[in-house]
Design a protein around this ligand. Structure first.
Ligand SMILES: O=C(O)CCC(=O)C(=O)O
Ligand SMILES: [Fe+2]
Length: 304
């Protein structure tokens, strides 16, 4: 198959975005973000949040280290030469679990003046976070599942995976460039190496042989640059690499117009998935920190 290059579209209206992309589970890259570009340059970011302790990961979602953002930037940004393997990646999430940790909430608070929610995104009718329980719905101010400040030196990457609990993801790019390869949900089997029972999968690493080449043709391929966002609907597998030093913000949600796979997940897929704990955490406004999958399902969808 020949993959299709996704060209960015201009910021659509909210209705158009929800009907044409969210409801149909179609990926898209949108340009025209409203953000303070100069304040996302590495030096400005270092002065604003460099003193805080960030979470540092490898090429997937296993925490490897904690260090100040300043140390990460000093060690990894601005290097030239060929892209290196195993460049560490700052994925600085807001609190996702009920444990003490170097969560990114303070960093998110300090960068809040520097960006606005893309105007095409939904602001209500979320299933997660739980709109009906009055959880906030503005990712600039409010916690979302996997809301993370992503600081990636050139060569840092997010290996092929699928996002947890059939949630949709947005990645807003504020500095530098990333390349994104997207694979249709129906290709999950073809791309599975060994099913490991987690949301993230056990998928083949399509850049294992060479960082600058993809070994399995994606359905869509695109570059996201400053001021652009990529929308990754649920079920789509994706591989992302920073081809320049890069700063982005990401978060996940489940929207009422695209919640049927989420309902299926609650019926069967949650079993053995370590990320289910994050879903429970985002239902704590309902009062039970150990809420079960069937209780979450009946809250959102009624008795079945
Ligand atoms: O921008 C990236 O590195 C991709 C992030 C991603 O896919 C994720 O956090 O699930
Ligand atoms: Fe992802």
């Amino acid at each position: 198959m020949v993959s299709i290059l996704i060209d960015p579209i201009d910021m659509p209206s909210r209705d158009k975005f929800i009907n044409e992309f969210v409801a149909t589970n179609a990926p898209v890259i949108v340009r025209g973000l409203d953000y303070s570009a100069d304040q996302w340059q590495p030096d400005a970011l270092r002065s604003r949040i460099g003193d805080l302790t960030a979470l540092v990961y490898g090429t997937l979602f296993d925490l490897e280290d904690v260090q100040t953002l300043e140390d990460y930037l000093d060690n990894w940004f601005g290097l030239d030469g060929d892209m290196e393997e195993d460049v560490p990646y700052v994925r600085w999430y807001n609190q996702l679990k009920d444990v003490e940790f170097s969560w990114g909430d303070e960093a998110f608070g300090r960068v809040a003046p520097l960006w606005r929610i893309p105007s095409c995104l939904p602001t209500d009718n979320f299933v997660v976070p739980v709109s009906r329980a009055n959880a906030g719905a503005d990712p600039v101010r409010d916690a979302f599942p996997y809301r993370g400040l992503l600081v990636a030196a050139r060569g840092a990457r997010t290996r092929m995976h699928r996002d947890p609990f059939c949630s949709d993801a947005v990645v807003c790019q504020f500095y530098g460039k990333k390349e994104v390869a997207l694979y249709h949900p129906k290709r999950a089997q073809e791309l599975t190496k060994e099913s490991d029972g987690t949301s993230f999968g056990g998928f083949v690493d399509v850049r294992a042989e060479a960082l600058d080449r993809i070994s399995v043709e994606p359905d869509f391929y695109g570059t996201v640059g400053p001021g652009e966002m990529v929308y990754i609907p649920h079920g789509w597998l994706h591989d992302v690499i920073a081809v320049e030093d890069s700063v982005s913000i990401t978060w996940n949600f489940v929207h009422a117009k695209a919640a049927s796979k989420f309902a299926e997940y609650l019926a069967t897929g949650f079993d053995g998935d370590p990320e289910f704990e994050v879903l429970q955490y985002f239902h704590r406004p309902l009062g039970n920190p150990k809420i079960s999958a069937s209780e979450i399902a009946s809250y959102h969808f009624g008795a079945r």
